[in-house]
Ligand binder design. Sequence first.
Ligand code: ADP
Ligand code: MG
Length: 486
Amino acid sequence: MNKLEKWETVIGLEIHAQLSTKSKIFSGASTNYGADPNTQACAVDLGLPGVLPVINEEAIQMAIKFGLAINAKIPKTSVFARKNYFYPDLPKGYQISQFELPIVSNGHIEIETENKKNKTIRITRAHLEEDAGKSNHDEFIGFTGIDLNRAGNPLLEIVSEPDMSNAKEAISYLKKIHTLVCYLKICDGNMQEGSFRCDANVSIKLKKQKELGTRTEIKNLNSFKFIESAINYEIERQINVIESDKTVVQETRLYDSNKNETRSMRSKEEANDYRYFPDPDLLPILIADETKEAIKKSIPELPDVKCKRYQKELALSKYDSDNLTSNPDIADYFEETIKITNGNAKICANWIMGDLSASLNKKNIAIKNSPVSAKMLGDLINLIIDKTISGKIAKTVFEAMWNGEGNAISIIESKDLKQVTDSGKIEKIIDEIITENSSQVEQYKNSSDEKKQKLIGFFVGQIMKKSKGKANPKQVNELLKEKLDN
Ligand code: ADP
Ligand code: MG
C-alpha cells in the first residue's frame, strides 16, 4: 500500500489579514507600507508610559463585514485582551488581541476539492488584534534593526477548524478567503507585503483512528506556492517520524523555501504562557443590531454568487466564470467591457483571459493599473464585432495600445489596418496570386479533396500576406474557392 493511503492528513489554518484602514487600530499613525523605518510609529505604537489606545471604528466595521459574509455569529459583546509576551519588536510587552470574546465566531465557507466536490470548512473565530513591529536581522552585521512602523497595524486573525484533508484543500480555502477579503475591500490581499499571511497547523493520523494526531504549526507563510510545499513537506516528515517509531512533537516550525523543508523553531515546552486578561484600557465593544444591518447592506455581490450569475446570465463556462471572478478588479474590468460591447460576454472573456492577462502577467502589473483600460479594450472588441478589423489584426492593435500608441481607432487609422471587405479589391489580389502560382493551380485541379484543402491553405496564406493581413478571411475563402473550382 502507498504510504499516503494509510494515513490521513488534518489541517487547520490561522490567517492574518491586515485590514485596509488608513490609520492603525489603536492610534492615528498611518498604515502605509514602505515608509522609512520608524517614521510611522507614534507614542501609542511605541508603548510609551501614559498613552491610551483608542479603537479605530472602521476596523470593527470591517471585522463585522467579514463575519456576515461567512455566515458567522457576531456576538453583542466583544472584548479586547492583553496577550503578554516579551519580544524586541513588541515595545509594550503585550499585544492587544481578543481571547474569550472574539468579534466573529462560528462561520463557514464552501470550497471546491480536487475532484470538484463542494466541502464546507468551518471557521471557528475571527478576532481583531494589533500587529507587532518587525525585526530586521539581515541588514546589519552583529545587530538587529527594529522597525516599529508595522506595530499597531490592524489585523483580523481568521482561525479555521481542522477541516482540511490535504494541501490542495488548504490552498483552495486560502484562495477563497483571499478573494473574499478583496471583494469586501477590507484587505488589499498583498502577500508580498505581508497583508495576507498564514500559519498552517498540520497533523496526521491513521485512517481508522478517531482522535487527532499531534500537530505542528508552520509559521508565517506568505505565498500560495510555499504554503502548499510546506504542508506537503510536513506531511511526509511526520509520516516518516511515526513510521520509524518516533513521535511527532508539538512545536512551531519555520519553512525554508530555498531548501524546501521545515525546521523546528520552538517546542511546546518553550511556548509562552500568554496570561491573557481583558485590557483595562479598552471598553468592551457593544454591537447593535442596526449596526449589523447597515453593514450587511454594504456587502457587494460576493464571488460565489457572481460566478453562478456569469454562468446563468452570460452563458459562460464554469472555468471562465471562476477565472473572471477570482479577483474583484478582474470582475469589474470584465463587467465594464461587456457594457461597452453590448453584452458580448464571451469575446470579452477571451480577450481578458488571453492577450490582456498574458501582457499583465509578463510585466507583473495589476489589472487596475493596466495601460489598456476596460474602455479601450471594449472599443477594440467593438471594431472586431463590426468587422472594421479582423481578430488577427486586433492583436496588433492591442499590442500598440499596450505600448501607449493611442486608442484603437487612431492606431487603425495611422497604421492603415482597416479590414478590406470590398470584394472587388479582394478579387484583384486573388487573381494576382492565382497568376503568380499557376503550377499550384494546376495541381489543385488534379488533386484529391484532402490535398485540395492543403492547397487552399497555401493560397489563403499568400493572399493574406499580400493584403498585409487586412483582407476579410471569410470572403477570401469564399471567393478563392469560387475561382479555383470554376
Ligand atoms: P493555538 O492557539 O495554540 O494556536 P488553537 O486551538 O487555537 O491553538 O488552534 C489553532 C489551529 O490549529 C486551528 O486552526 C485548529 O483548527 C488547528 N488544529 C488544532 N488541532 C489540530 C490538529 N490536531 N491537527 C491539525 N490542526 C489542528
Ligand atoms: Mg496558533
